[in-house]
Ligand binder design. Structure first.
Ligand SMILES: *Cc1c(COP(=O)(O)O)cnc(C)c1O
Length: 241
């Protein structure tokens, strides 16, 4: 897609986000935009950075690693700020090391085994990383903790000091791909309810982000309290897999 089109798309998505915030009685700027650049080349990311978009999401580590290493080099050599990258796709433990090197948040934390590996690799590098707990809320996806109870159990592991280099900062989900808006509302509502429950049970954990909403459903997500929408297609165009 040509650069100007990407800039225009970002502007119109941001406008739609601001409109939805207003309609839902939310403060302007309370919803962040994570631009999902998977399957799109580094040139597209650089075009988005030109229009001041600094937060990106990728779901495959190998692709993200090579793309964002190059982008970071380009930014460094011209003395500009580096973009932030969030990992949003299911993560194998053998890819954790690379994921940590390239990203500042893993939104797709979905099991104890993964968190143990994240902790181990971060401890080695003497750094910390943010994670969001991914909750499974839709029949047609397979990723995420199976239930809110499972997330609560995991959060209590944090309280016991099991993961000192990992900072739980939010929750993430994918709604079902359906025209049935009721089901989409229900999915996002269950994530918001879980956040309220965690905030009540674990007030010392700063679990504040609700990462929910994609190109097809982000307006509904904002109505339901999303603080971060993950938009790919509406910015960069269709992906060719
Ligand atoms: C690909 C992807 C997105 C973006 O989807 P679009 O429909 O292209 O906006 C958001 N979240 C996750 C987890 C994804 O894998």
């Amino acid at each position: 897609m040509i650069d100007q089109k990407i800039c225009d798309n970002i502007q119109s998505v941001l406008e739609e986000i601001r409109n939805s915030e207003k309609k839902s009685g939310r403060n302007s700027g309370s919803v962040k935009l994570c631009a999902v650049s998977k399957f799109h080349p580094k040139e597209s990311v650089l075009a988005a950075i030109e229009s001041s978009q600094m937060l990106f999401g990728e779901n495959r580590i190998q692709e993200a690693f090579s793309k964002f290493s190059e982008i970071n080099e380009i930014m460094k050599s011209s003395g500009k700020n580096l973009p932030s990258l969030h990992i949003i796709g299911s993560l194998q433990t053998n890819k954790v090391k690379k994921a940590i090197e390239i990203s500042e948040c893993i939104q797709s934390a979905d099991r104890t085994e993964l968190l143990l590996e994240v902790e181990k690799q971060c401890a080695k590098l003497d750094r910390k990383i943010k994670i969001f707990f991914e909750l499974h809320t839709a029949e047609d996806s397979k990723s995420g903790y199976a239930s809110g109870d499972d997330v609560v159990k995991e959060a209590s592991n944090f309280m016991e000091g099991k993961y000192p280099h990992v900072i739980p900062a939010g929750l993430m989900t994918m709604a079902p791909f359906t025209d049935n808006e009721f089901l989409v509302h229900k999915s996002f509502e269950s994530l918001r309810n879980l956040k309220e429950r965690l905030n009540k049970e674990f007030p010392s954990l700063d679990i504040s982000e609700l990462s929910m909403g994609m190109s097809g459903d982000y307006k509904i997500a904002i109505e339901e309290g999303s603080t971060m929408v993950r938009i790919g297609t509406a910015i960069f165009g269709e992906r060719t897999y």
